[in-house]
Design a binder for this molecule. Structure first.
Ligand SMILES: Nc1ncnc2c1ncn2[C@@H]1O[C@H](COP(=O)(O)OP(=O)(O)OP(=O)(O)O)[C@@H](O)[C@H]1O
Ligand SMILES: [Mg+2]
Length: 631
């Protein structure tokens, strides 16, 4: 019922938004709200801008894209600032076809479809409202009615520049239906809809021999020629090509570089001059954003061809590389799985992360920088701290190759492998090892990976596996402690008490017996050794901690478990080291005794309740870690 209500509300909303009036009424609207008369490019830009811009690590994140597109903040920022923004200001880039260039399954189509769906919605808002001459198949801009010689005056009064001439069809209708009185012409508000072919179009080339330019620019309507007597009567022409229908909005041109040249020339004249030729008419003005996409090799061979030079200079290419951050890649997989019919399957926690590690490794290029291997680079890219490297190093790494992310494993491959694992395994649960195995097996059948790359990739599977081993061990160890955070906190407080007594040459008081004791040197060392602090360095380290502690106290801040990075690491490692033996015994005993069994069951319950496992994947994890620790 609620869905039917929603449909009803939508219908009512549309009815409420509807508007119809004369051109004279329309002029009053744009006097108040000149943005109504904006160009298609400007509307797209405002749509993106209005969704909001967030600042993250000094970078701009355009929220318009951020629910669907992950890890491409730089590419998106470039797309907006180098294309949409200047195009909205009527700068020259607007006169070029926007070509998204990137590797397969890198999100190009997703970006285009976000723009299309976005425009449909935006045209239903106040800020994105669009008006057109009623009954015009191209939803012509009403301002085209203003004659050329009055446009300068119009600009002075309204502050709006008019581009384009009244189309042959509307010129004729103006004479015949309105007696030449532009103020009487009926104007209506329109709502973009790809389904209804209003303001949004898609052109996809088919066989070049059979494809007709009519698909793009419309065609003569033979059924009405007899009635109107001539092919050059605009009433005998159907303005129903994609370019006609996408007027005022945007058109997606699929596989642009595969299409026949004659199609491209039409586009060029449209983008360059704002008009195109259809049938036997004078040029037809149109205002629309044209977006196309292609991959790198197709693009290279296109520009290598001298014949394409003129076209080339009228295209603006925006690279859309693969995402290079592990955490973002995980989000891509989650999104794709949520939208598929695998959504009911249990995918063990960390399985997608491990797949993401593999994918990112295949996309990264080895750095020439000292001391940095691919795994460290991957971590830095993902915003992790890597000992000995800082933000500046990260920026240098990112600048080292301009074409990083243009090849490697694509997200669709990973999702396909995951789904084939699910089908083969016949259980509604898969884990990280299943995924890695399947990624590896799939490489054999992958059609477009060279032998050389295949070897490299198999090696990356092994690296991802090693990463997983560490992740798995940590996960289990964490689950063994009743409350990990609590234990860490109390261990740290204990350490701090001892450090304080040590530095101030004080004694500690035993909380139970009240007896005075010396600082517990053994405890302090057992923590410090975890991060390699030598006997000679211990005093300096303890003093540094104490200084930090008092700095916090002075500012009235609480010094906690996360306040000192190295200390946190030491505490973490110490907790794990203590646990290692327990974990080892408990998980690998063939015949666990009663208390061991109880412990194992507790851990499994915790993995399920707190870490997102199910009983199958939790048992698998425990067995695997047991075998790792017994090696
Ligand atoms: N950076 C990304 N963020 C979010 N989703 C992504 C990203 N890259 C790829 N995807 C997802 O991968 C799938 C394939 O993407 P899409 O079809 O947009 O790629 P494409 O670049 O058009 O590929 P092709 O060249 O094969 O046409 C989609 O489900 C898309 O959502
Ligand atoms: Mg695509």
């Amino acid at each position: 019922m609620s869905i039917l209500n929603k449909v009803k509300n939508y219908r009512e909303e549309e009815r409420r938004l509807r508007w119809e009036g004369t051109f004279a009424d329309y002029l009053e609207i744009i006097r108040d709200k000149p943005e109504v008369a904006q160009t298609a490019h400007s509307r797209v830009f405002n749509m993106i801008k209005d969704s909001g811009i967030e600042k993250k690590d000094g970078k701009k994140v355009y929220e318009f894209f951020s629910d669907e597109i992950f890890g491409l903040e730089e590419a998106i920022e470039r797309l907006v600032e180098e294309y949409f923004h200047p195009a909205a200001k009527r700068l020259d880039v607007r006169k070029r076809i926007l070509l998204l260039m990137g590797p397969v399954s890198g999100g190009k189509s997703t970006i285009v479809s976000l723009l299309k769906r976005g425009l449909e919605e935006f045209s239903r808002t106040d800020a994105g409202a669009v008006y057109a001459i009623k009954g015009c198949p191209m939803h012509e801009d009403p301002l085209h009615l203003i004659p050329q010689h009055l446009r300068e005056e119009f600009f002075e009064e309204f502050g709006i520049r008019i581009e384009g001439n009244l189309s042959p069809l509307n010129t004729m209708r103006l004479e015949q239906d309105y007696n030449g009185k532009i103020e009487d012409v009926i104007i209506e508000r329109i709502f973009f809809s790809e389904d209804k072919r209003v303001g949004i179009g898609t052109f996809s080339p088919s066989d070049p021999k059979s494809q007709d330019i009519a698909d793009l620019t419309g065609s003569i309507d033979f059924s009405t020629i007899a009635e109107f007597g001539s092919e050059s009567d605009p009433r005998a022409y159907r303005f129903d090509g994609e370019l006609n229908k996408a007027n005022r909005g945007m058109m997606e041109f699929q596989e642009i570089l595969k299409s026949d040249e004659k199609f491209l020339w039409h586009l060029l004249s449209l983008t360059q001059e704002g008009n195109f030729k259809a049938g036997r008419f004078a040029l037809i003005s149109a205002d629309e954003l044209i977006v196309a996409h292609t991959n790198e090799s197709e693009y290279r061979s296109f520009i290598a061809n001298k014949k394409n030079e003129a076209l080339h200079s009228r295209i603006i290419v925006m690279p859309i590389p693969y995402n290079l951050r592990v955490s973002e890649e995980e989000k891509i997989y989650e999104k794709m799985i949520k939208g598929s019919d695998m959504a009911h399957v249990h995918i063990a926690p960390r399985a997608l992360r491990v797949a993401a590690i593999f994918s990112i490794l295949t996309r990264l290029k080895e750095s020439k920088k000292q001391g940095i291997d691919l795994v460290k680079k991957m971590r830095l890219y993902d915003g992790e701290n890597v000992e000995g490297f800082n933000k500046i190093d990260l920026e240098e790494l990112q600048k080292e190759y301009s074409d990083e992310g243009m090849n490697g494993i694509d997200p669709r491959y990973v999702i396909n492998r995951i789904s084939s694992t699910i089908i083969r395994k016949e259980v509604p649960s898969i884990n990280a090892l299943d995924v890695l195995r399947s990624l590896k097996d799939g490489l054999e059948q992958h059609p477009s990976i060279s032998k050389e790359d295949k070897e490299k990739y198999i090696n990356y599977i092994a690296v991802a596996r090693k990463e997983y081993d560490e992740i798995a061990k940590k996960e289990v160890q964490k689950a063994f402690v009743y409350s990990y955070e609590e234990s860490a906190k109390s261990l740290m407080n204990n350490y701090l008490d001892n450090v304080e007594a040590f530095c101030n040459k004080n004694k500690l008081r035993d909380p139970l017996t009240g007896e005075e004791m010396n600082p517990d040197e053994k405890l302090m060392r057992s923590i410090e050794e975890q991060i390699g602090i030598s006997e000679n360095a211990k005093k300096a380290f303890r003093e540094e901690i104490l200084i930090r502690l008092s700095a916090f106290a002075r500012k009235g801040q609480r010094f906690d478990y996360n306040s000192h990075e190295r200390l946190r690491e030491a505490i973490q490692k110490k907790l794990f080291a203590d646990l290692k033996d327990v974990v080892k015994i408990t998980t690998s005993s063939q015949t666990p005794d009663e208390s061991q069994l109880k412990k194992v069951n507790e851990v499994i319950a915790r993995l399920i309740d707190e870490y997102g496992y199910n009983s199958t994947s939790a048992n698998e994890l425990l067995r695997y870690v047991g075998s790792l620790l017994n090696r």
